[in-house]
Design a protein around this ligand. Structure first.
Ligand SMILES: Nc1ncnc2c1ncn2[C@@H]1O[C@H](COP(=O)(O)OP(=O)(O)OP(=O)(O)O)[C@@H](O)[C@H]1O
Ligand SMILES: [Mg+2]
Length: 247
């Protein structure tokens, strides 16, 4: 199953969720491939991969096969990203079938995995559309504030557009609330609103604000490896289990 994690808004916990959900799925004995599909390369950095390695840019360019650029970390197969991905995106604009380049790339290898997770950039760019066109399912991560809620409408519209034009089998599995802080009144209110009167599917598992989650990337590790008993590790394991019930 190919699953994209999207939000057009920046800093909503997409990369953190892809890394730690991947680690949680591996802990549940699943075979997982992660694609860092953001030119920022945050995911690659977070799991301890050098910024200059070859990765998805070279695969899209056609100079490397996916199998040649896979790097293993914590039992996760990872295709890294680098800054060239922005240039590749520009050149893709003039290619026929530009929306399906990633889908075609993954066709031959996806059957070797239980899950392929794609970390998307914070924009409605051609990269994000490629990720959604290639995916079976999509989840969105949100912070519990009012502006993030507003951003969800935009995401929903993108998903509807992609479903109509490029990928009729795309399923919106749900929204995952991240960085939940019980001491913040607004977080409580937004979470209650999402539970009670929200018209998008919401994961029951939410990810608590946790300093270990924040620290783990600077050690090049998932939070499950860095701090296995932390709230962050527990929450991401629960998210993986809930994911199984939703697919
Ligand atoms: N549960 C959490 N507890 C504490 N900090 C968190 C948590 N989740 C994410 N963060 C922190 O929030 C910041 C933004 O997270 P992240 O990079 O995953 O967002 P993003 O949506 O991928 O950003 P971008 O849109 O730039 O790609 C990071 O510094 C990360 O460590
Ligand atoms: Mg990111």
């Amino acid at each position: 199953m190919i699953l994209s994690v999207v939000n057009h808004k920046g800093g909503t916990g997409k990369t953190t969720t892809v890394v730690n959900l991947a680690a949680a799925l591996v802990a549940c004995n699943k075979k997982v491939l992660v694609i860092d599909f953001d030119p920022q390369g945050n995911l690659s950095y977070s799991i301890g991969i050098d910024a200059n390695v070859l990765g998805i840019s070279e695969v899209l360019q056609g100079t490397k096969q996916v199998e040649e650029v896979i790097i293993q970390k914590e039992g996760i197969d990872i295709v890294a990203s680098n800054m060239h991905l922005s240039d590749i995106e520009l050149t893709l604009q003039s290619v026929d079938n530009r929306v399906f380049v990633l889908k075609n790339t993954l066709q031959n290898i996806q059957s070797g995995y239980d899950f392929v997770l794609i970390d998307c950039p914070p924009s409605r760019s051609l990269l994000t559309i490629n990720a959604l066109a290639a995916s079976d399912s999509v989840i969105s991560t949100v912070l519990l504030d009012v502006l993030s809620m507003q951003g969800l409408n935009q995401i929903n519209k993108t998903i509807v557009d992609v479903t109509q034009h490029f990928n009729s089998s795309l399923r919106f599995l749900g929204v995952v609330a991240v960085q939940y802080d019980s001491r913040k009144k607004i977080a409580q209110e937004v979470l209650n609103f999402m539970k009670e009167s929200f018209d998008l599917p919401l994961f029951e598992t939410y990810i608590r604000n946790n300093v270990k989650v924040c620290e783990a990337p600077s050690h090049g590790k998932s939070v499950l490896k860095y701090a296995p008993t932390s709230n962050g590790a527990v929450d991401y394991l629960n998210l993986a289990k809930e994911l199984f019930t939703r697919i």
